[in-house]
Ligand binder design. Structure first.
Ligand code: SF4
Ligand code: SF4
Length: 274
């Protein structure tokens, strides 16, 4: 089984317990207005052009004969500043499992493991299921998901996980549609099943100023999932810088300053990511 991965982050400290290697699967069916991984949205490999440092010399736009450059209409190898690359590499599940397990000693001794994230990893559920099954019993396996998948897919991948971190962004369905492009009905169905399952889990809400961080939204979410299972995640202000690199535009109405967190005293049992 083949799958497309846009990043592998080693020594990750925020994607579950301990030291982890996080695999970012490419492709997501949601379009969260604040998405911090725009290079993970399309499921296909795509050109990634770092803007900072480009002198517009035009070298990368000249024709080249490299096979790997042809689909992208740019030379990937000639830029003096190494600014041109492709986001998205195809792996076989076996090759990727072998690579990930090469660090299993360090990961296991820290109480950490492997986290499969995205994008939305459930978009490539067959590959992710195979990968997780190859890691079973050798290293701790966490899935980070938006929960936006059919109940059948969600449950079958969950069966191969030791821990699941699931985003719950907006309790109101109209707001969810407005800011992510999809209804939250499936997400809440899957969240409800996860809550009643024996699988260890955590729900997580990104604090987007004026959108998800309102008292109304956080109260509604915590009453559904339980405050003790909820982690509140301050917004990643570095996200907008990546949009131009993949030819996307960050929505100007998202407050990027995040000068202060909302009053979280009401949610004293929730975890707050520092
Ligand atoms: S080769 Fe590099 S510096 Fe020159 S135009 Fe392409 S990206 Fe910019
Ligand atoms: S679910 Fe995650 S990857 Fe997908 S659009 Fe939302 S923030 Fe981005």
């Amino acid at each position: 089984m083949l799958g497309t991965v846009f990043d592998i982050k080693e020594f990750a400290l925020h994607d579950g317990e301990g030291i982890r290697t996080t695999v970012f699967m490419k492709g997501c069916p949601l379009r969260c207005a604040w998405c911090h991984n725009p290079e993970g949205l399309s499921k296909e490999p795509e050109l990634y052009l770092k803007q900072n440092g480009c002198t517009a010399c035009g070298l990368c736009k000249r024709g080249c004969a490299h096979e790997d450059c042809k689909p992208f209409g740019r030379c990937l190898h000639i830029c003096p500043g190494d600014l041109v690359s492709v986001s998205g590499k195809v792996w076989s599940a076996g090759e990727l499992a072998e690579k990930l397990l090469s660090d299993s000693g360090i990961l296991n001794s820290s109480g950490g493991g492997i986290t499969v994230s995205g994008g939305e990893p459930l978009m490539q559920h067959a590959f992710v299921t195979e990968l997780l099954s190859l890691l079973r019993g050798k290293v701790h396996r966490t899935l980070e998901t938006s929960g936006f998948a059919s109940e059948e897919v969600f449950r079958s991948v969950a069966a191969e996980c030791d821990f699941i971190i699931m985003d719950i962004k907006l309790a109101d369905d109209d707001e969810h549609k407005k800011y992510t492009g999809q209804s939250n009905a499936l997400i809440f169905k899957n969240a409800s099943w996860l809550k009643s399952s024996k699988i260890s889990h955590l729900f997580r809400t990104p604090l987007i100023p004026g959108i998800t961080d309102t008292e109304e939204n956080l109260t509604a979410i915590s009453s559904i999932v339980g405050e003790d299972k909820l982690e509140l995640l301050p917004y990643n202000t570095l996200a907008p810088a990546k949009y131009e690199s993949v030819g996307r535009t960050f929505p100007s109405y998202i407050n990027q300053t995040c000068a202060k967190l909302p009053d979280l005293k009401l949610f004293k049992n929730a975890r707050i990511r520092k």
